[in-house]
Write a protein that binds this ligand. Structure first.
Ligand SMILES: *Cc1c(COP(=O)(O)O)cnc(C)c1O
Length: 234
């Protein structure tokens, strides 16, 4: 991908988000764009940064650390970890990211809290919810969500910000909205139960279903392909 193509696709992604917010009757700043840069080279992230993009999502710890080292001169960049997280990688994530979207069990949350360096802000956390695919291994069930949220809220170095989901693919926009609505309702229920918690984030919507997610209240949409093009390799 050339710089020119990236510049155009990023502008198109921004326009798409603005239009979706407008169509949903929501303010233009009600949701922001997370640029998912997994498998893409640091040079493209640098280019997106020059175009004003600040928040980036990565899925693979070592790949992310390599790119962060290469991009250490970029100010104001915010790294989100959005991939499956294994215990043996939790320290790297606790030390090198601002956000984690994929927390789905207490053990990993506890490690992240224990390992978050004192000199950094608390780590912003979204709980990943298994919203539509009962056979999937990642994501906490809706039934277990409140207990996990309560546990995370008690951890001193974490800040529980909201929920994330990756629904099973659906055919129509109407079908795409169903699991997103369920996630929104789950966040509303948590807000009622824990009114003091800073629960302001619905991390939902990807390149194929951004509009449906925004219609249901997404505040952070995670776009990879739409910004950086198809992924070929890992
Ligand atoms: C890869 C990935 C994305 C981006 O997906 P696209 O379809 O390329 O936009 C978003 N969220 C998560 C958790 C991902 O792993």
């Amino acid at each position: 991908m050339t710089d020119l193509v990236l510049s155009e696709s990023l502008a198109a992604a921004r326009a798409r988000l603005t239009e979706a917010l407008d169509a949903a009757g929501r303010p233009a700043d009600a949701a922001r764009l997370l640029a998912v840069s997994k498998t893409k080279p640091a040079a493209l992230i640098r280019q997106a940064w020059h175009e004003g993009q600040r928040e980036f999502g990565e899925n693979y710890v070592q790949e992310a650390l390599d790119k962060q080292a290469e991009l250490a001169d970029l100010t104001g960049i915010v790294w989100h970890f959005i991939g499956p997280l294994q215990s043996n990688k939790s320290r790297d994530v606790a030390e090198h990211f601002a956000w984690v979207h994929s927390v789905d069990r207490e053990k990993i949350a506890r490690r992240l809290s224990d390992q978050r360096p004192e000199g950094l802000e608390p780590l912003d956390i979204c709980l990943q919810v298994n919203i539509s695919d009962e056979t999937s291994k990642s994501g906490v069930s809706l039934e277990a969500l409140a207990a996990l949220a309560e546990a995370v809220l008690s951890m001193p170095r974490l800040r529980l910000r909201g929920l994330m989901a990756i629904p099973a693919p659906a055919e129509t926009p109407a079908e795409q909205r169903v699991p997103f609505a369920r996630l929104r309702q789950a966040l509303e229920a948590l807000r009622e139960r824990f009114p003091e918690a800073p629960l302001d984030t619905l991390s939902m919507g990807m390149s194929a279903d951004l509009e449906a997610a925004v219609a249901e209240g997404a505040t952070l949409v995670r776009l990879g392909t739409a910004i950086f093009g198809e992924r070929h390799t890992r």
